[in-house]
Design a protein around this ligand. Structure first.
Ligand SMILES: [Ca+2]
Length: 510
């Protein structure tokens, strides 16, 4: 494209190397007077410089080592791709065997794979609220999906994730499903009022059930879509265009891509859907149905094929993003992350049991067993994150905000509950602070508790409302089959106490 590489581009350097704040200016200031002195002196005077030769040689050598680190001080770009209802077993790098996700797998092969990362909650809205605020679900203002999604608007007084990037001088863009209120309303429910410079995507969370909406929202304005447009196409085109424009402007960027894939309905591009119907013709009599708040939401013949086709489409789009980074020469200065907002769903004809979408974990979307809340999490940043590694660092969505604060040098907002996992990304496990525990609660509406979960070390507590707490040892029982509560009363008491400590009642909005 002829676009110059981002001036903040970082060349490859060792993963644990510190990002020093040294700039080139002091070096120039040091060398310039020496150069002037050297030039001004006559030939006969150069002998006076002879005693300084070792000093010049040492400074030259230092400059050779310092220069790459100088570039490393630039601001890295960040791309965060959020899948929707993608289960722990839905990627081939996490064990999926019935289809491949080679492009997403590249993030694992060339980066870091998390095995103990948790979504913010077990459904869309409260999970995204955790991601944006850094508050866990015992503190967050919304802990379930809401009938009136505009009531999920973020608190305008909080500094939320995109605002951290804005404060650090980044361009910010969101492309997809916002999930925290309508996107075309001026004021608190609009992503643009919470730190995003640009937004393209669905008008509302309910309409995001269909991939064939009649309109999209672009920067707060509804724009009509030609009938039959699969919105994920233009959505990703806008995301890539945002990346290109940011690089052309030589500005670091934060690109948030909350795709709705593979959430119901099982809509996929026609060509891919036809391809997968030939692979699984035995499901051609099955019809997938879903609704989208009055918008057209076509039935899907063979939703099994539809799911595989959606996943292939998503994987192709991730591949296109990675290809763009290489084309623009910003591979080494771009952190790409991938996760899902909650576990596998059972809607629109999707059959997570057929696909082993949870990777064997117990439970699905809407419950607090591992299958509802544990998510794949991948992070690729060539030259900084060592390739092909796996980490069992216990982490969750609330950790993204402080991680990005540390990455961009911004103060951590006071509402934050998370712990930066930047040391883990850099391979500095010994410097990584750890959670004593992770707490989760899922509510009907914003605040009526349906179930709770708590993880500390390898111990997992699960408590549906009104029932006794169940206790599992995930080290020996990863699929939560053996409830040890009766044999561990002291541990149960500890878990109950931690749940009580972590839960703060929702404060009603005025
Ligand atoms: Ca979801």
């Amino acid at each position: 494209m002829g676009i110059e590489p981002n001036e903040h581009q970082i060349p490859r350097f060792m993963g644990n190397a510190p990002l020093t704040l040294i700039t080139q200016k002091p070096l120039i200031a040091l060398f310039l007077p020496m150069l002037q002195y050297f030039c001004v002196c006559g030939r006969g005077d150069r002998s006076r410089l002879a005693p300084m030769k070792p000093l010049f040689a040492a400074l030259f050598l230092i400059s050779q080592f310092v220069t790459p680190v100088v570039h490393a001080a630039g601001k890295p770009n960040v791309i965060y791709i959020l899948a929707d209802d993608l289960g722990y077993g839905d990627l081939s790098c996490y064990g999926q065997e019935k289809f491949k996700t080679p492009n997403i797998d590249r993030l694992a092969k060339e980066g870091l794979k998390f095995t103990a990362h948790y979504s913010g909650n077990t459904v869309c809205t409260p999970s995204r609220a955790v991601l944006m605020t850094g508050q866990h679900s015992g503190h967050c203002f919304v802990r379930g999906n809401l009938g009136n999604e505009n009531e999920a608007a973020l608190d305008a007084k909080m500094t939320v994730l995109p605002e951290v990037f804005k404060a650090a001088g980044y361009r910010t863009g969101a492309f997809g499903k916002w999930g925290l209120g309508h996107t075309h309303l001026a004021g608190a429910t609009n992503p643009l009022s919470h730190g995003f410079d640009e937004y393209y995507g669905w008008k509302s969370q309910v309409i995001a059930h269909t991939y064939y909406p009649s309109t999209a929202v672009h920067n707060g304005r509804e724009v009509p879509l030609k009938k039959g447009t699969y919105i994920h196409g233009p959505l990703m085109e806008h995301a890539r265009d945002f990346i290109r424009r940011s690089v052309a402007a030589k500005e670091p960027f934060f690109c948030y891509i909350p795709t709705a894939i593979p959430h119901a309905a099982m809509h996929a591009p026609a060509e891919l859907h036809a391809k997968w119907r030939k692979v699984f013709p035995q499901f051609d009599k099955k019809i997938g149905r879903y609704g989208a708040g009055g918008e057209a939401c076509p039935d899907v013949v063979n939703p099994i094929a539809g799911f595989a086709a959606m996943m292939e489409h998503l994987d192709n789009e991730v591949g296109a993003v990675l290809a763009l980074l290489a084309e623009l020469g910003i591979d080494d200065n771009t952190l790409v992350m991938f996760a899902s907002d909650n576990g596998a769903h059972k809607e629109g004809g999707h059959n997570p049991a057929f696909w082993n979408s949870t990777g064997g974990l117990r439970g699905y979307k809407r419950d607090m067993h591992e299958g509802g809340i544990r998510t794949p999490m991948l992070a690729r940043w060539p030259g900084v994150i060592a390739p092909g590694k796996t980490t069992a660092h216990l982490s969750a969505f609330q950790d993204l905000l402080p991680t990005m604060c540390e990455l961009t040098g911004q103060p951590v907002p006071k509402q934050n509950d998370g712990i930066s996992f930047l040391p883990t990304l850099r391979g500095a496990a010994k410097k990584q602070a750890k959670h004593d525990y992770l707490y989760f609660e899922f509510c009907t509406g914003a605040s009526k508790i349906r179930s709770q979960a708590l993880r500390t070390g390898n111990w997992k507590a699960y408590r549906p409302v009104g029932k006794p707490l169940e206790l599992f040892n995930l080290a020996t029982d990863p699929y939560e089959k053996n409830n040890l509560a009766k044999s561990k009363p002291d541990l149960v008491a500890k878990m109950v106490a931690l749940m009580k400590k972590a839960h703060v009642p929702v404060v009603p909005r005025k």
